[in-house]
Write a protein that binds this ligand. Structure first.
Ligand code: MTE
Length: 319
């Protein structure tokens, strides 16, 4: 009988949370050993082309939550990605044949360094970190997801934005042939998002390239997507092809679609209801149907890291 060692088991073969946890501790132990070899140069982020392939050289992060992650199945089969359909199961079903390589990311606008970069070159200078984050969707459900990503602050610094850069605007690939959902006008394509420079350079913000220690599955936004855990999930734009440094607050997809319901800031806030439902509580995906909903926390529990960004801003108005 063939018995696999923990390191040989891919998270996609595992669905139970306890198994992922033992693997995580194993990875942490590995990274402590790695840290002993301090003189070794950083490898830089390398992500293999196939979605689901194991990522190497991941560092754990102090910014991770200790809450139990959702299962691989929850994270990769219950998704929002309208480019592949509007149902929760559609992205898993319809994105399997999407080919996220070769992939080019264009950086332009008010920065000293601009240009178009192959995904592999774009991420290479940065370290890969595991960030286990609570994620809260505007639809009042939540998950805990073990992302693997690079620091957005580091990426932004490397492009040297000028003093005119007040915001960063992001865009998803626009290609209705490869993203069949874009042939329906459910949103004004391409999907667009944005952050203030202060938000984008907060240490919590990352560009995720993996999940559960593996390259991002297509349905989660391969090869690269934004993760800002103190904001509602729709800010986490997937399949990014453009980052632009701009002076004015950029228009974002959900704000354009329904401005009374979805604002630019979209900070998780249990005290400001959506016009059609309460935001005070949330349903944890995967929890027992008998479990009661849990209270939503201000800034999704990340207030100590981000509340200062909004000093003086009226959160009820700037929702
Ligand atoms: N990015 C693009 N390009 N298109 C989308 O439809 N949906 C958003 C966000 N990013 C979306 C997107 C929404 S509403 C949510 S809740 C998160 O992705 C879901 O991310 P997940 O499926 O990886 O959990």
């Amino acid at each position: 009988m063939l018995i696999k060692k923990p390191a040989d088991i891919r998270p996609s073969e595992i669905t139970s949370e306890s198994n992922y946890f033992s693997r995580r501790n194993f990875m942490r132990a590995g990274s402590i050993v790695g840290a002993a070899a301090i003189a070794a140069p950083a490898l830089g982020a390398i992500v293999p082309a196939g979605s689901g392939e194991k990522l190497e050289g991941i560092r754990p992060s102090r910014l991770s939550t200790d809450e139990l992650p959702n299962t691989y199945e929850d994270v990769t089969t219950y998704n929002n990605y309208y480019e592949f359909g509007t149902g929760k199961a559609d992205p898993f079903r319809n994105a399997q044949d999407f080919e996220p390589r070769p992939w080019t990311i264009t950086v332009d606008g008010h920065a000293e360094k601009t240009g178009s970069f192959l995904f592999e070159d774009f991420i290479k200078p940065f370290d890969l970190e595991e960030r286990i984050y609570r994620m809260r969707c505007v639809e009042a459900w939540s998950m805990v997801i073990p992302w693997v990503g690079i620091s957005l602050a580091e990426v932004i610094k490397s492009f040297k934005p000028t003093s005119r850069a007040k915001y960063v605007a992001f865009e998803t690939l626009h290609d209705p042939v490869r993203m069949p959902g874009q042939s329906r006008r459910v949103l004004d394509w391409p999907y667009r998002e944005g952050l203030t420079i202060a938000e984008a350079t907060n240490p919590l913000a990352i560009l995720a390239v993996g999940v559960f220690g593996e390259a991002l599955p297509n349905q989660n936004g391969a090869p690269i997507r934004l993760v800002v855990p103190w904001k509602y999930g729709f800010k986490g734009i997937k399949g990014i092809v453009r980052m632009r440094f701009v002076e004015r607050q950029p228009k974002t997809s959900w704000e354009m679609a329904a401005p009374r319901e979805y604002g630019f800031y979209a900070n998780v806030n249990p005290n400001v209801d959506h016009p059609r439902w309460s935001q005070a509580r949330e349903r944890r995906i995967g929890a027992s149907v008998f479990a009661s909903k849990q209270p939503t926390q201000m800034f999704n529990g990340y207030a100590e890291h981000v509340a200062h960004l909004y000093d003086g801003l009226k959160l009820r108005r700037h929702y």
